[in-house]
Design a protein around this ligand. Sequence first.
Ligand code: NAD
Length: 476
Amino acid sequence: MQTEQDTRLAAYAELLAAIEPAGGGRDIKDPATGEVVGRAPEHSAQDLEAAVAAARAAQPAWGRLSHAERTEYLNRAADAIEHSAEALAELLSREQGKPLNGPNARFEVGACAAWLRATASFELEPEVLVDDEGGRAELHYRPLGVVGAIGPWNWPMMISVWQLAPSLRMGNTVVMKPSEYTPLSVLALAKVINQVLPADVLHVVSGGRDVGEGLASHPDIDKVMFTGSTATGKAIIRSSADTVKRLTLELGGNDAGIVLPDADPKAIAEGLFWGAFINTGQTCAALKRLYVHEDLYDQVCEALVDVAKQMPMGVGLDEQNVLGPLQNKAQYDIVADLVQAAKDSGARVLTGGDPEAGQPGYFYPTTLVADIDNDNPLVAREQFGPALPIVKYSSLDEVVEMANGLEVGLGASVWSSDPAKAREVAARIEAGTVWINKHGAIDPRVPFGGAKGSGYGLEFGAEGLKHLGQPQVISY
Ligand code: NAD
């Protein structure tokens, strides 16, 4: 008799077999164990040409469907993801490293389905701008054509859905280029979604930076949705310039969290912790530098250490873990070097900061660093890992200046028992989103995008749909 375990294993094996190439390919290793997860196809420039040509050919018919018909497809795609949820979560956990449990792999797969359904449900009716005796002007949004979607390795499935769902909803077809670190997750997600979509509406080209560059400069790609580092975002602006592509750029961040003197340290500690350490700190809009008023600095540090000590880190498939490894060696080295530099400068490590030598996997312990200067590299650079610097401040003007002192501005947060005061401070922060008494909470109905070097263009909600349409005025 088949047990539940057998069925789960069979579904996982079937999903993996469906995306691995018949021969060859590149080994993808589990960052927690070093074991091979599977083989990713290595697509070439010719494969990119073929995918773009097929997506271009499929676009007119897809674009002619009504919004209701495309909505139906997106809802069926969400059903398909839910049907394969456990196999998708297992593959994501093995390839990315994030645990199944906690706000991690199962959560990410669930968010994919939820985002598809939400994106399907938004209405984007033509706007009547003028309607008087002089005439009438309406604003419509037409499909752009073919969207190139280039993604990172931290939330590979969810960010793919953020890119493909509004693109498809607006009548575009899509060619995706996943990160070379996490191609299997995106290939598997697309395989599942493609069970219900018409042929050639969604393609994945699994290759390196050269394939990304090819997509960003391709004359038959009308828009690039990019999520990744600020440096790569700038490269994409340059390579897309000749073809005047539309761009949505969701780039790096170094989000500040400001704890005001009236906050309750114990009440906010868990929110602060997950704001910083969700996905083991590998999140664009995670809290990456914490500013605490001198009056409650020691209490906040103590409360954070208490929470940190309760959060198990380890191999993703072990149900008890809620934190995992860094996804790759390069990111591990960035975190380790930044913490080492902080220690060398005399900053005080409250917990962590001392990785175990010789164990497999890119595990870096949950690290809290106090008594650190604002210009220390662990504060000034994006660590993108499980190490949070906690800076002491004494005046509001000083902390606002420090929060705004960097070239990036994705998110920020203000923590206080007085909502009116918190909103006043929020208005002074240069960031695309400012959360109050939480950090990093996103919602498919609420637009999300960066300020300054964190990018431009909005995602999510009806505003997000507009960024995947060509505005057209009809005037008569
Ligand atoms: P990355 O910029 O190194 O790579 C992202 C993608 O771009 C990969 O698929 C890569 O192959 C591709 N790429 C690399 N060079 C390219 C080029 N010249 N032209 C076209 N494509 C190219 O980023 P990463 O290390 O995968 O992701 C981490 C970064 O992403 C962090 O800085 C993080 O803050 C940011 N991020 C931002 C958001 C957001 O919503 N703003 C979300 C997640 C991650």
